[in-house]
Design a protein. Structure first.
Length: 110
């Protein structure tokens, strides 16, 4: 779910259905997103900026570089190193978007 910050009972239903949820940089101040991080397994999280909107400091415009704020807040709330968050988000990306891509074929594009 892209930038979803609806009711937590809907988040829980999505979790049980295997949905992924993206957390924007505005999580820095948005308590709803912070609550979502507490209940969503890291295996179902992505990070985003939703640029140019949802700046982590309530400014405009937002930019892709601010995605680090999402990573930082997930690490803080989950109590894990940011390097682990980065690794897990990358694994989630590969799991969702590169399911049929072998590492060898991926390497030629990197």
């Amino acid at each position: 779910m892209h930038c979803f910050n609806g009711k937590l009972n809907l988040v829980e239903k999505g979790i049980h259905r295997g949905w992924f949820f993206s957390i924007p940089a505005s999580v820095k101040f948005n308590e709803q997103f912070q609550e979502m991080i507490k209940i969503i397994p890291i295996e179902q999280l992505f990070c985003e900026t939703d640029a140019p909107f949802l700046h982590p400091d309530k400014k405009f415009p937002n930019e892709p570089a601010n995605v680090i704020e999402s990573y930082n807040k997930i690490a803080e709330i989950k109590g894990i190193p940011i390097a682990d968050v980065e690794k897990k988000i990358e694994e989630n990306y590969r799991k969702l978007f590169l399911v049929k891509t072998t590492q060898q074929s991926l390497d030629k594009y990197l």
